[in-house]
Design a protein around this ligand. Structure first.
Ligand code: FMN
Length: 169
């Protein structure tokens, strides 16, 4: 069985909390959880499976630590490595750019030949537009701690059940 490394960027702690929640659910299948601000290219390339968490800031932009890391993706060839993504956003306050950063990360991982798994239905969320939509599905788990915190634990549980097999954990 493969082991996953989880990387997150988080400004107010919401994505970090979600990363820890996901790690707890996955138990021994997780090698470590690391802030992307403290991660190297080798940390990502050396993983058997990768889980990346990003929040959206500044009207549809990557969280700041992801923004800083982003150019380094061009040194990474994921070569079919399984990658699962999760994103945090605010569907009410930023309804027109809901979790856009998740889509930015998705497109970069695909460009670097990663195999993105963990697509997630969008129909239980209310928003105007999202850059995280790919063929009508979110390209990863979407969480909204600002408006739907009560739904987070159940969403994480269901998504983790889904990605366990998809990541080969
Ligand atoms: C100034 C500001 C800008 C934001 N921009 C967006 C946005 O464009 N889209 C979105 O979905 N959420 C947006 N959010 C909501 C955050 O993504 C959300 O609060 C998230 O849970 C923060 O996670 P973090 O603490 O891990 O960074 C914004 C929040 C703030 C305060």
């Amino acid at each position: 069985m493969a082991k996953a490394r989880i990387f997150y960027g988080s400004t107010t702690g919401n994505t970090e909390d979600a990363a820890v929640m996901i790690a707890r659910q996955l138990g021994d299948a997780v090698e470590y959880v690391r802030n992307i601000a403290d991660a190297s290219v080798e940390d990502l390339t050396g993983a058997e499976a990768v889980i990346l968490g990003v929040s959206t800031w500044d009207d549809g932009q990557l969280q700041q630590d992801w923004e800083s890391f982003f150019p380094q993706f061009d040194e990474i060839d994921f070569q079919g490595k399984p990658v699962a993504l999760f994103g945090l956003g605010n569907s009410d306050g930023f309804s027109g750019q809901f979790c856009d950063a998740l889509g930015i990360l998705y497109r970069k991982i695909v460009q670097r030949c990663g195999k993105v798994v963990g697509f997630w239905p969008s129909d239980e969320y209310s928003f105007e537009a999202s850059g995280a939509l790919v063929d009508g599905h979110f390209c990863g788990l979407v969480l909204d701690q600002d408006n739907e915190e009560a739904k987070t634990a159940d969403r994480v549980r269901r998504w983790v059940d889904q990605i366990r097999g998809e990541l080969g954990l």
